[in-house]
Write a protein that binds this ligand. Structure first.
Ligand SMILES: Cc1cc2nc3c(=O)[nH]c(=O)nc-3n(C[C@H](O)[C@H](O)[C@H](O)COP(=O)(O)OP(=O)(O)OC[C@H]3O[C@@H](n4cnc5c(N)ncnc54)[C@H](O)[C@@H]3O)c2cc1C
Length: 268
C-alpha cells in the first residue's frame, strides 16, 4: 500500500526544495495518480498547489507551462494549441478520461519520463525547456537523457517558432496506453521526429529527421522510416510486437508528413 506519513503544502519553492532534500523518502506530489499505485512509504509528501504553478502563461516569444498545470488544461488551452497545431490536444485526449486528466499534472508526467508517455513524446519535438528549481533551465532533450532525480520541476518553457506539428498514436483500445506514439515537427524545412511507446522512452530519431527536408519525396520518406527503425530500439511487450511497432512507425511517418505538407487532417 502507498503511504504518506506527513503532508505539507509549502508557501515557497525554496521551502519545498529544502523539505525535499532533507530526506530521500520525501517526495513532491503532483496529481498523485501514478504515485498512489505504488507501494512506497513517503516520509513527507510535498504538495505544490499553493505556489501558483497551475497556469499557462503566453508571452510574445514563448509559453510558460507551470508544473501543476493539468493534462486537461494542456489539452484544452486554446492559444497553446493554436500555436502548435493541436499537438497537445492530440497527445493528451486519449489519456484515461477527463476526470483523470483534470488531476494528472504536466510536472508529474515530464518528471516520470514514462516509456508510454504521450506527453513527453510531443514535448520532445518542440523548442522546449524544463526549469528545475536547483538545476535551472535545461533543454527537454537533456532532461530526457539526463539524471535529474532529486529536484523540483517548476515549469516548462516552449519557444514560439514557425513550426508545424503533428502528434499520432495507436492504442489497442481507447484510453489504454499507446503501443506507438509519434510526434513530428517541421520548422523552416527542417524536421524533428520523436517516437515513444516503442515501448521504451520517447527519443528523437535524429538521423531519420536529417534525411527529410522541404517536401520530401516518397523515396526520402521511405529512407527516413527505415532509418527510424535502425537508430531507435523497438521491442515487444504484452500489448504489441516489435515488428508491429516498427510497421506502425513507417505508416505514421508518412501520415504525419501528409498532415504537415499535404493539408490532410487527423482522423478521429
Ligand atoms: C492508469 C494510468 C494510465 C495512464 N495512461 C497514460 C497514457 O496513456 N499516456 C500518458 O502519457 N500517460 C499516462 N499515464 C501517466 C499520467 O498521465 C501521469 O503522467 C501520471 O499520473 C503522473 O502525473 P501525476 O501528476 O499524477 O504525478 P504523481 O503521480 O503525483 O507523481 C509522479 C512522480 O513525479 C514526481 N513529481 C510530480 N510532480 C513533480 C514536480 N513538479 N517536480 C518533480 N517531481 C515531481 C513525483 O514525486 C512522483 O515521483 C497514466 C497513468 C496512470 C496511473
Amino acid at each position: 500500500m502507498f503511504t504518506i506519513k506527513e503532508y505539507v503544502r509549502p508557501e515557497s519553492l525554496d521551502e519545498a526544495y529544502k523539505i525535499l532534500m532533507k530526506n530521500k523518502k520525501n517526495a513532491i506530489i503532483g496529481g498523485m495518480l501514478w504515485m498512489r499505485l505504488g507501494k512506497r512509504t513517503i516520509n513527507v509528501g510535498i504538495d505544490l498547489s499553493h505556489l501558483g504553478l497551475d497556469k499557462i502563461i503566453e508571452r510574445e516569444d514563448e509559453f510558460e507551462i507551470g508544473s501543476m498545470v493539468t493534462l486537461r488544461e494542456l489539452e484544452t488551452n486554446e492559444s497553446l494549441n493554436l500555436a502548435f497545431q493541436d499537438i497537445f490536444k492530440e497527445a493528451s485526449r486519449h489519456i484515461v478520461g477527463v476526470q483523470f486528466r483534470n488531476l494528472a499534472t504536466v510536472g508529474g508526467s515530464i518528471y516520470s519520463r514514462f516509456g508510454f508517455s504521450d506527453v513527453l513524446t510531443a514535448f520532445l519535438v518542440l523548442d522546449c525547456y524544463v526549469v528545475l528549481h536547483n538545476g535551472g533551465k535545461v533543454s527537454i532533450l537533456d532532461f530526457n537523457n539526463g539524471d535529474y532525480e532529486r529536484d523540483i520541476i517548476e515549469k516548462i518553457i516552449i519557444k514560439k517558432n514557425n513550426s508545424k506539428n503533428v502528434y499520432l498514436n495507436q492504442r489497442l483500445s481507447e484510453t489504454d496506453l499507446p503501443i506507438i506514439a509519434m510526434a513530428v515537427s517541421k520548422e523552416n524545412d527542417k524536421y524533428k521526429i520523436a517516437v515513444g511507446a516503442r515501448p521504451s522512452k520517447a527519443e528523437l530519431a535524429k538521423k531519420a529527421s536529417d534525411l527529410l527536408s522541404g517536401n520530401p519525396t516518397d523515396e526520402e520518406i521511405n529512407k527516413a522510416s527505415e532509418e527510424i527503425i535502425k537508430e531507435l530500439d523497438f521491442g515487444s511487450n504484452m500489448r504489441a510486437s516489435k515488428e508491429y511497432r516498427e510497421y506502425l512507425s513507417k505508416v505514421f511517418l508518412k501520415r504525419a508528413l501528409d498532415i504537415i505538407n499535404g493539408g490532410e487532417t487527423y482522423d478521429d
